[in-house]
Design a protein around this ligand. Structure first.
Ligand code: FAD
Ligand code: SF4
Length: 520
């Protein structure tokens, strides 16, 4: 470790604050030291996928090298260097004392946990300190309260339209480009046999992370998932931009069309038409506005190859959903993390950690998550999320799983998606109804059922798709609550129409499954 001298200011850069365009870096000051550190606290607050830890550490190291090459003073500490520090505040206290710093600055963390830790640290030191913005999101942090109210439902569509207007994205004369805000109806196609051959090959990088893997082992960091000796995820702004350009060329032309589709019959079934940009954006290697502008530019320059429905579908995810869940998270924390409206109480089945289940849809989504630290949105929401919802799994355990397994998982974005969207544990702050589905939905949107040991057509037979009885059991269990929700009128009516014998058979089947979830 270099012995830095004459440092007046210490600036902390967290692992998801790798924004090289931040105003901090516009001036070089030999009296300012940037601290970037791999610490056990962050590598082990949950059991992370090994590719996730490798991606963050590799990106942090690259970022430190880039800053140093630009002439900034940088201290990069590996897990070995920080092994003796209890946690982040311990490391910071030591560094501030060692360098006799007059100032300490940090960018506002996106996670409640870390923000609280930083605020507590700063209140306990005499060194002058300052929190600055991370200069990443479109909606200023201070304005979150103008758009969101604690414990209140806010319609994503309403928020999204405000954002479109405010940031003049896909707008002409204050009206949406093409005269429509929403192309969701066109964006629900499934794959036909002929479509499977044209699914694009995903761009995968070859980043050498062997040193990091060894460091993790040496420091006894528990991880999950497949070891990556070379990492396919982008770890620099340059690679993030390369992935974005590749996406615009190869995947954006059909992004919206197939955004809800799933298949287990393609070599590229794990990536399909998704951008896989979430890690690069969440680590702030690239900013959301750059991603949006690049996609819109590609749309305008595509000579009709990319139509409006595709680009709008993509913009909606970033300008809409991503900014929306961040607002929902901050306005509701720390309360959000304890919501359990539907009283989920069962432990997560063991096969969530192995993929060893007979259910083809679950096996596919989980195996792929363990292999790549990635699943696309509809797998997260309507396969694993739906199962956890129907089976009444404890939200804490579901949260831990999602937070650990995905390369892009950071609490501010993971938690509202998991507790809110997937589990309806917030009682409707995000979703207007639970995203509960039987096997019928999976069969409609994928080809999983064709090669499943279970039969999607059956409800109570030995080989019946477990989702079918679990679905009706869910409706029955939450009948009184769901009956008050107009959006649930259809399934409620269908349940009411069943005679007592049929209801009883379905509920008994569901109980049998629930009593032995590990073997399903
Ligand atoms: P694409 O399908 O290509 O979408 C483009 C971008 O839009 C994404 O990169 C992402 O930045 C943004 N986006 C899309 N949907 C959402 C959404 N619902 N919320 C926020 N941003 C969105 N996303 C994370 O980044 N981290 C998480 O930990 C995370 N956990 C999730 C947990 C559950 C239960 C669910 C249902 C969704 C979760 N998502 C999470 C949202 C979404 O599934 C991922 O952002 C997306 O799958 C990432 O893949 P991609 O980059 O290929 O996305
Ligand atoms: Fe999943 Fe049921 Fe279809 Fe099997 S039959 S893949 S368990 S939905």
């Amino acid at each position: 470790m270099k012995n830095h001298k004459n440092i007046k200011s210490l600036r902390l850069v967290l692992g998801d604050q790798l924004n090289i365009d931040h105003s901090w870096y516009q001036q070089k000051d030999p009296e300012v030291l940037y601290l970037i550190a791999e610490i056990k606290q962050e590598a082990s607050y949950v059991a992370h996928h090994i590719q996730k830890v490798c991606a963050f550490f590799a990106a942090m190291e690259q970022f430190a090298n880039t800053l140093a090459a630009q002439g900034h003073q940088v201290r990069y500490l590996t897990l070995d260097d920080t092994a003796n520090f209890k946690d982040l505040p311990d490391l910071l206290r030591h560094t501030v004392d060692e360098l006799s710093c007059e100032h300490f600055e940090y960018q506002r963390p996106d996670e409640y946990r870390l923000r609280e830790q930083m605020l507590a640290f700063c209140s306990g030191i005499t060194t002058q300190n300052k929190e600055v913005d991370s200069e990443h999101f479109l909606l200023p942090f201070e304005e979150i309260g103008d758009y969101f109210t604690p414990q209140k439902h806010v319609r994503m569509e309403t928020f999204y339209r405000k954002m479109r207007r405010r940031f003049k994205v896909l707008m002409e004369d204050n009206e949406p480009t093409g005269g429509r805000w929403n192309f969701d109806a066109e964006n629900r196609q499934t794959f036909k046999q002929a479509d499977l051959k044209s699914i694009p090959t995903p761009l995968c990088f070859i980043n050498d992370v062997r040193d990091i893997v060894n460091r993790l082992a040496r420091n006894e960091i528990q991880t999950i998932g497949e070891t990556a000796s070379s990492l396919l995820w982008p770890i620099s702004q340059e690679q993030g931009r390369e992935l974005l350009a590749y996406f615009c060329q190869h995947q954006l032309p059909s992004f919206g069309r197939f955004q809800d589709a799933m298949t287990c019959n393609s070599e590229h079934q794990w990536s399909l038409y998704h951008s896989r940009l979430s890690f690069a954006i969440n680590a702030k290697l690239i900013g959301p506005i750059e991603v949006i502008d690049t996609a819109i530019k590609a749309f305008h320059e595509s000579d009709g190859e990319i139509n409006l429905a595709q680009v709008e579908g993509f913009v909606r995810q970033i300008l809409g959903w991503r900014e929306y869940v961040r607002g929902m998270y901050w306005v509701n924390m720390p309360n959000y993390a304890i919501q359990n409206e539907l009283n989920g109480s069962r432990p997560l089945p063991k096969w969530f950690w192995t993929g060893d289940t007979k259910m083809q849809c679950m096996r596919g989504a989980i195996t792929q998550s363990l292999d790549y630290a990635y699943a696309h949105h509809i797998q997260r929401l309507m396969i694993t999320g739906n199962f956890a919802l129907l089976a009444g799994i404890k939200p804490d355990e579901v949260d831990q799983w999602y937070l650990g397994i995905y390369v892009d998982a950071i609490e501010w974005v993971e938690l509202p998606n998991t507790r809110g969207m997937a589990l309806f544990a917030d009682g409707g702050w995000i979703a207007t109804k639970p995203y509960a589905a039987s096997g019928n939905y999976v069969n409609k949107m994928s080809d999983y059922c064709k090669s499943c040991e279970y039969s999607v057509k059956n409800k109570t037979e030995d080989n019946a798709c477990p989702l079918n009885s679990l679905y009706w059991n869910f409706i029955d269990r939450h009948y009184n609550k769901l009956k008050q929700n107009p959006r649930m009128a259809f399934p409620i009516k269908n349940w009411e129409k069943k005679n007592d014998t049929e209801k009883q058979e379905i509920l008994s089947k569901a109980q049998a499954i629930l009593s032995d979830l590990d073997t399903v």
